[in-house]
Design a binder for this molecule. Sequence first.
Ligand code: ADP
Ligand code: GN1
Ligand code: MG
Length: 377
Amino acid sequence: MQEQIIDNEKILSVCRFFNIEGELTETKIFTDGHINSTYYAEFLQNGETKKYLVQNINIHVFKNQEILMENIVSVSKFLIEKIAQTGGDPKREALNFLKTKDGKYYFAKDDCCWRIYDFIDRAYTYNLIDNKDVFESAGRSFGRFQCLLNEYPSESLKETIPDFHNTPKRIEALKNAAKEDKVNRLEKVDAELKFALSRKDRAKIALDLLESGKIPLRVTHNDTKINNILFDEETKKGICIIDLDTIMPGLSLYDFGDAIRSGASTALEDEKDLSKVSVSLELYESYTKGYLSCCADALTKAEVEHLAYGAWLMTFECGVRFLTDYLDGDNYFKTNYPEHNLVRAKNQFAMVSDIERKMDKMNEITLRLYEEALKNK
Ligand code: ADP
Ligand code: GN1
Ligand code: MG
């Protein structure tokens, strides 16, 4: 969390609309996410401190907030019930949304759309992981999350961002952005564009597997970036999966892959020194171990055989999206400086190259851990 100027009046008026009473005693801003604007708000209510997470939803990214909130409130209620049934603590392990005065889960005003949930205290997130045990715990958290969602009625979910992980379409969008070259940046991305376009056949494999019925459609999170897990300060274990905005039908490869993209990298997503960027096989192994210990028996063999490919795909796709946004004039991802998206794209492509070098080893590790996980069941 960083100190920044926050419009406390605005936060307060939003909170009042969600029936939050008492004195606003503290606010902070979270700067980790690339999409929404997220604030912490603390209130004193009858001598008691109450903590909330206030979020301004990015309405340019999530165009239909009604269906967005329907999806995530319904999934959260489902998870709360499951967690309670299995002896967990739904107050710390799931998101608990507040209702507005008019009974909705969001408040739209002046081109802004707000939601509030209970703040999960004594928890933290990682942007970079350098510890095997932490990442194994992350694997267990996402593995468990996926298993819980296996029973969620997928037909009730609406697509919050159409074609979110349709990588071939992402490549088309990149080509269009290059053609339009709106902000005259094309000449700066020659190498990256070639890198992306030369891999377009490989980027089709996941959807081909789905189309031919070799891998199933599941309910997936679709944004399993490592800072979307809250870790418990006391137990150091992953407790809650957050940022549910993109829960939609998808592939297990996406969720596995994005966790590896963000968590098994030896550098931050926007590290400029590309010699620091690589995929750590040690971290890959620990995540895969944790993940498969929870859901090996729920996966098909074809899925398992393509998990490492999923890591390649998600890293590649993310690079393509950063590059597209750079060419488009930085309209989608939050940036801190003009070249930020290009730095991110180069970084992701460096990781893609390293995954390509290590793909055989990653597959070997996955299959070995899969056999072990099945034996231990
Ligand atoms: P974005 O879509 O912008 O990534 P997130 O929903 O991931 O937004 O929230 C941004 C950050 O806010 C998270 O990385 C986490 O640090 C913090 N956060 C979100 N929800 C909670 C919560 N319920 N309790 C505590 N911290 C939270
Ligand atoms: C965004 O919201 P956040 O920061 O968790 C993006 C992901 C990207 C990620 C790259 C809705 O995730 O798809 O992989 O940035 N989320 C959306 O860091 O586009
Ligand atoms: Mg997030």
